[in-house]
Design a protein around this ligand. Structure first.
Ligand SMILES: Cc1cc2nc3c(=O)[nH]c(=O)nc-3n(C[C@H](O)[C@H](O)[C@H](O)COP(=O)(O)OP(=O)(O)OC[C@H]3O[C@@H](n4cnc5c(N)ncnc54)[C@H](O)[C@@H]3O)c2cc1C
Length: 481
C-alpha cells in the first residue's frame, strides 16, 4: 500500500506552463488548444476519469462552435438528436414564436459521451499530465502572482503543483475565484444574477407517450410558474426528453416542487416512465466578470460568468473562452511574461466578442425578470418582439427596432404605454453597452474609465426597473383599493 502510494507520488510531475483546473467543456478545450500549441499542460478534475463530462444540463449546443474551432461535430453516441431551432411560448401559450435560423440549429448531446470525447481529444493533443479524482484546494502565490495550486489527490495526500499560468475552469461554484487575491476579479456571484434549476431526463415508450416537436427545443416563459426563469422541454431521442425549470436563486420555495408541478406534470402524461437522470444546478446569468484574468491567472466558462444571460447556454462560450485563453497564454509564455498585462488580450477577446452580446442581453434579462405574465403575453402577442428580432438580439445582443416601429406595433392594441417606453429605453441602453464592450480598452490603464461607464448604464437600467416595480405596485393598490 505504502509502496504503491510512494510510486504514485514519485510519478507525478509538478511543474508546468499551464495548469487547467476542471475538465468540463471549457477546461478540456483550453487544455487541448494549449497542448496543441506546444505548451506543457496539466489538466485536473475532482471527478473520476469515467465521469468527466457528466453535468445537470439542458444538453443543447449550437452548430457554430464546432466550425469556429474546427473540431468534429457531435456524432454517434455523443449525439442524442439534431435540432432545427427553438419555440418560445408566451405564459398563456397563445403565442408561439419560432426561432429558426442556422445559428439556432444544433444538437442535443449525451453530456457524458460529449465530455469524454472533449477530454480524449485534449489528451490526444498532448496534455502532459491528467489527474482525475484530484481536488484543487487553493491558489499558490509568489510575489503576488498566481504560481500554481494546492491539490488533494485520490489518496487524500496534499501537494503543490506549479505553473506559469493557472486556468480556473471549475464552474459556477469555483473555489479558486473565492480565494483569489485580486482587486479586479469579483469573488462572489450575486444570487440575483444566478438561476437555480431542476431537471430530469425522462424515458417512456412511444406507445405510451408521443414526443412533442422532436426537432425543436421548447421554452415557456412564465413568471408565476418559473419566476425569473423559464420552463423547458428538449427532445433527446424517440423515447426520452430533457425537461426542467429555472427560477430565481432566492426563490422562497423548493425548486424541485416547482419543477414537479409546472414541468413534470405538464410534460409527462403517461404513468409508465423511467427517470434516467435528475438533479439541480445553478447557472450564472450576468455579463462576464469585470476581469477574467489577473497575474498568472485566467477564468473561463461558468467560473468567469461566461454564460448567455438570456437562456443560460454556456457550453459554446466556455469552449470559445478555452480557445482564446490558450492563444493568449502561448504569446505570454513566448514573451516570458505571464503578468496581467500580457494576459489582458484574453479579456479583450472575451469582452469584444460574446462579452458584448452578454452584457447587452444581461440588461434585457434584468428587465424581462420584472415583467408580469400580463406584460409578457401582451408583448409577445402584439409582436412587440418578433421572432427575427429575438434571433437578432440573441445572436448579436442588439435590437435594431426603432421607436416609430414599436409605436406602430403597439397601436395594434396598446394597453401598457409605459411598457413601450421602457422597452425603447432598454433598446437604447442595450445598444450603448454593446458598443462600449466592443471598445473594451486594450490598455489596462483605461479600464477604470470604461468600467465607470458600464456601471452608469447598469445604474440607469436598475432605476428603470425600480420605477417599473413601483408603478406596478401603485397600479395594484389603485385597482384593489
Ligand atoms: C440546469 C442547467 C441547464 C443547462 N443547460 C444548458 C444547455 O442546454 N446548453 C448550454 O450550452 N449550457 C447549459 N447550461 C450551462 C452549461 O452547463 C455550462 O455553462 C457549461 O457546462 C460550461 O461549463 P464549464 O466548463 O465552465 O464548467 P463545468 O461544466 O461545470 O465543469 C467544471 C469542472 O470542474 C470540475 N471541478 C469543480 N471544482 C473542482 C475542484 N475544486 N478541483 C478540481 N476540479 C473541479 C468539475 O468536476 C467539472 O468537471 C446549463 C446549466 C444548468 C445548471
Amino acid at each position: 500500500m505504502i509502496r504503491s502510494h510512494l510510486m504514485n507520488m514519485e510519478n507525478i510531475k509538478k511543474k508546468f506552463d499551464v495548469i487547467v483546473v476542471g475538465a468540463g467543456t471549457g477546461g478540456s478545450t483550453a487544455a487541448r488548444f494549449a497542448a496543441q500549441k506546444g505548451l506543457n499542460v496539466c489538466l485536473i478534475d475532482r471527478k473520476e476519469r469515467s465521469q468527466v463530462g457528466t453535468k445537470i444540463c439542458g444538453d443543447a449546443v449550437g452548430n457554430e462552435i464546432f466550425d469556429i474551432l474546427k473540431i468534429n461535430h457531435p456524432k454517434d453516441e455523443e449525439l442524442s438528436c439534431r435540432i432545427k431551432g427553438a419555440k418560445l411560448y408566451s405564459p398563456n401559450e397563445k403565442k408561439c414564436i419560432n426561432l429558426t435560423d442556422p445559428k439556432q440549429a444544433g444538437y442535443i448531446v449525451n453530456r457524458l459521451e460529449f465530455g469524454q470525447r472533449l477530454l480524449d481529444e485534449a489528451l490526444d493533443a498532448g496534455v502532459t499530465q491528467f489527474l482525475d479524482n484530484t481536488m484543487a484546494l487553493d491558489l499558490l502565490y509568489k510575489n503576488s502572482h498566481v504560481s500554481g495550486i494546492k491539490v488533494r489527490v485520490k489518496n487524500r495526500e496534499k501537494f503543490d503543483l506549479w505553473a506559469k499560468v493557472t486556468i480556473d475552469a471549475t464552474g459556477y461554484y469555483s473555489p479558486l475565484r473565492k480565494k483569489v487575491k485580486s482587486s479586479i476579479i469579483e469573488k462572489e456571484i450575486l444570487k440575483e444574477d444566478s438561476i437555480l434549476c431542476y431537471r430530469e431526463i425522462v424515458k417512456f415508450s412511444p406507445q405510451d407517450q408521443q414526443l412533442k416537436d422532436p426537432e425543436y427545443i421548447t421554452i415557456i416563459l412564465d413568471q408565476e410558474k418559473a419566476p425569473g426563469g423559464y420552463i423547458w422541454y428538449f427532445p433527446k431521442n424517440e423515447t426520452s426528453i430533457n425537461i426542467g425549470l429555472g427560477t430565481f436563486m432566492n426563490y422562497g420555495g423548493k425548486v424541485k416542487e416547482l419543477y414537479k408541478k409546472n414541468a413534470f406534470n405538464k410534460f409527462v402524461t403517461t404513468t409508465k416512465f423511467e427517470i434516467l437522470s435528475s438533479g439541480g444546478g445553478v447557472a450564472p446569468v450576468r455579463r462576464p466578470l469585470w476581469s477574467c484574468a489577473d497575474d498568472g491567472f485566467i477564468l473561463i466558462g461558468d467560473a468567469g460568468c461566461q454564460v448567455n444571460p438570456l437562456h443560460g447556454g454556456g457550453i459554446d462560450p466556455s469552449m470559445r473562452a478555452g480557445y482564446m485563453a490558450a492563444s493568449t497564454i502561448v504569446n505570454a509564455i513566448e514573451e516570458d511574461d505571464t503578468s496581467l498585462k500580457m494576459l489582458w488580450p484574453y479579456n479583450h477577446d472575451v469582452m469584444t466578442s460574446f462579452g458584448a452580446e452578454f452584457a447587452s442581453l444581461d440588461l434585457l434579462r434584468m428587465v424581462l425578470q420584472v415583467l408580469s405574465n400580463q406584460d409578457l403575453n401582451f408583448g409577445l402577442e402584439r409582436d412587440l418582439l418578433s421572432g427575427d428580432e429575438i434571433l437578432e438580439i440573441s445572436s448579436t445582443g442588439s435590437m435594431k427596432l426603432d421607436l416609430m416601429n414599436m409605436a406602430i406595433k403597439a397601436f395594434k392594441g396598446i394597453s401598457r404605454p409605459n411598457l413601450l417606453l421602457d422597452l425603447n429605453y432598454l433598446r437604447i441602453k442595450m445598444k450603448e453597452i454593446y458598443s462600449l464592450y466592443k471598445k473594451f480598452p486594450k490598455d489596462i490603464d483605461k479600464f477604470g474609465d470604461w468600467k465607470n461607464k458600464v456601471i452608469e448604464i447598469y445604474d440607469k437600467i436598475k432605476k428603470m426597473i425600480i420605477k417599473t416595480k413601483t408603478d406596478k405596485n401603485f397600479l395594484k393598490s389603485d385597482i384593489h383599493g
